[in-house]
Design a protein around this ligand. Structure first.
Ligand code: AMP
Ligand code: MG
Length: 525
């Protein structure tokens, strides 16, 4: 039986962009995690996956029929410094499948042994960090944020040397593709124009097929990537996600979040929050993520430029530079729009997408550019920062205030009355929207409107996020005692982030402040 039906365009169409390579054999594989809903979405044969055959497959011990494992080459700016050659040092693309929605997805290993791109590394991964990728990636997915996803984790029965000896693991990861900004940088830096063009056309066929063959397709590709990243980073910001290592090799062309290393969710609101142990300058701090995304996109723009103009034709070069610069300059606006749309929804305000009359002259005095709501949101965040309030709980308790009870929100502030003046402004804004929409027959006013607003807010403001202390306790038990109970319980809670189930209250509680303040996360684990 063929458990996975592969169709490998990367292997077939892009020779010279990878090395064919085999996963290492591991001594005693044991399945720790299998994502059944994802397996089903991929059209895989579940019966073939959780038995011995599946374990051998996810361990890399038997390469399934139709797979053509390969290590992709790429470059990347890491913390601003350029590395001309990185590549899959501990990952392998097994192949591609077409999922039930007709989408092409990569199936890849992480931790499957050394490759020609391993440099000094051992090519391996440990149980804790791979289960961490499962927890955070699946939490992101449940929050509606584009993400690569974990299909399986297998313990290898080997020890890997990190700060001590840790149990080893292999993760199987599913992605829309593994094309990165750094993949383009690799060929651009080497001046391999034919390959660069081949890569760009492959990428367009895969992610933006409507652009295929069009004359302005390379700048249009840049624009499409920038728009996807603008939406993605806005979503990160609105849930308090900190990626932690936004190197250009960790930024996808598809717009999916990739590479869950030092990432973590913010607790008390503070834009300077950094958890990564090596990010001393705060380059990848929470509040710096949009400017860094723009910086990365500028690197993609540089890589694409040689495809847009022959370097000997000065006028053509200037024209191309102007075109890509326009995209890079538009990025903050696209990001700002996506952020504001998300913030409005979080505030319980109508958004352009749900029948709002903003922008017309219907009596809603809001500016059509949303600057009033933008200021309302900024002032709310400033208040949370000033009082060290938990970001996730504050939004959730604001929904309670919409339903009529502001006391749970006040209780988050050491000085309960501190939020009152802002609450008055927010209520006035809500009332103004309710009045204008009831005139239009859209919704009622008063408590009915309040409950409807609270319900809306509870659908976009999660109650449960992967809290750092809960993630760590689950991983510690799994890694040191091989006990996955806490991991499975936490996974179940993270699947339903918006349900306020009292039985799960301990997952909603912030970590003690001293735990958060000292919390550190790590790369390359
Ligand atoms: P990351 O910061 O995890 O995105 O990794 C950056 C680069 O280091 C990539 O080329 C990885 O393949 C490589 N790398 C990370 N950890 C290891 C490891 N244990 N062995 C070999 N290569 C690694
Ligand atoms: Mg990476």
């Amino acid at each position: 039986m063929q458990p996975i039906k592969f169709d490998n365009t990367y292997a077939r169409e892009l020779p010279g962009f990878y090395v064919a390579w085999q996963p290492a054999n591991v001594p005693a594989p044991a399945l720790l995690y299998l994502n059944r809903p994802l397996a089903d979405e991929l059209g895989l044969e579940p019966a073939a996956l959780d038995g011995p055959e599946g374990v051998a497959l996810f361990a890399g011990n038997t390469v399934p029929e139709g797979a053509e494992p390969l290590a992709q080459v790429y470059a990347g700016h890491q913390f601003g410094g350029f590395s001309a050659q990185l590549g899959d040092g501990r990952a392998l693309l097994l192949g591609e499948v077409i999922d039930r929605h007709g989408q092409r997805r990569d199936i890849a290993f992480k931790g499957s042994g050394r490759t020609p791109y391993s440099r000094g590394g051992d090519g391996k991964a440990a149980v804790g960090p791979m289960l961490r990728e499962v927890l955070i990636g699946e939490a992101m997915h449940a929050l509606g944020i584009p993400s690569t996803r974990a299909l399986a984790v297998v313990a290898t029965g080997e020890r890997v040397l990190r700060e001590g000896l840790l149990p080893g693991a292999v993760l199987t990861r599913v992605a829309a593709s593994h094309l990165r900004v750094g993949t383009f940088q690799f060929f651009a830096t080497r001046g391999e124009l034919d390959k660069l063009r081949q890569l760009a056309d492959y990428t367009i066929a895969r992610h933006d097929p409507a652009l295929a063959g069009t004359p302005g397709r390379y700048v249009a590709l840049l624009r499409a990537v920038a728009e996807r990243q603008a939406r993605l980073i806005a979503q990160w910001m609105n849930v308090g996600f900190i990626h932690g290592v936004m190197n250009t090799d960790n930024m996808t062309i598809s717009g999916e979040t990739i590479d869950y290393g030092p990432c973590a969710f913010m607790e008390a609101y503070d834009p300077d929050t950094v958890f990564s142990s090596i990010d001393h300058g705060g380059r990848y701090a929470y509040g710096n993520q949009a400017p860094i995304a723009r910086w990365n996109l500028a690197r993609l723009a540089e890589a694409l430029l040689p495809l847009m103009a022959d370097g000997d034709d000065e006028a053509a070069v200037q024209q191309a530079v102007a075109e890509v610069t326009a995209v890079i300059d538009a990025f903050p606006g696209w990001y700002g729009q996506a952020l504001l749309q998300g913030r409005r929804a979080k505030l319980g305000l109508q958004t352009a997408g749900d029948g709002s009359k903003d922008g017309d002259d219907s009596g809603d005095s809001d500016n059509s550019d949303g600057s009033d709501d933008s200021l309302l949101a900024e002032d709310w965040l400033a208040l949370l920062q000033q009082h060290g309030v938990d970001y996730t709980l504050a939004w959730r308790r604001l929904a309670d205030a919409a339903a009529g009870d502001a006391n749970p929100l006040r209780a988050l502030f050491a000085e309960a009355a501190a939020v009152n003046p802002w609450l008055e402004r927010w209520r006035a804004r809500c009332a103004q929207q309710d009045a204008s929409s009831s005139e239009a027959g859209v919704a009622g006013v008063g408590s009915a409107a309040g409950s409807a607003r609270a319900a809306r807010m509870r659908r976009v403001n999660p109650w449960i996020i992967p809290r750092n202390h809960r993630v760590e306790e689950a991983l510690a038990a799994a890694s040191s005692q091989g006990d996955l109970t806490l991991f499975h319980n936490l996974m179940a809670a993270l699947q339903r982030p918006y349900d306020e189930d009292p039985g799960l209250a301990h997952y909603a509680e912030p970590a003690p402040a001293q735990v958060s303040a000292a919390y550190q996360t790590y790369c390359g684990t």
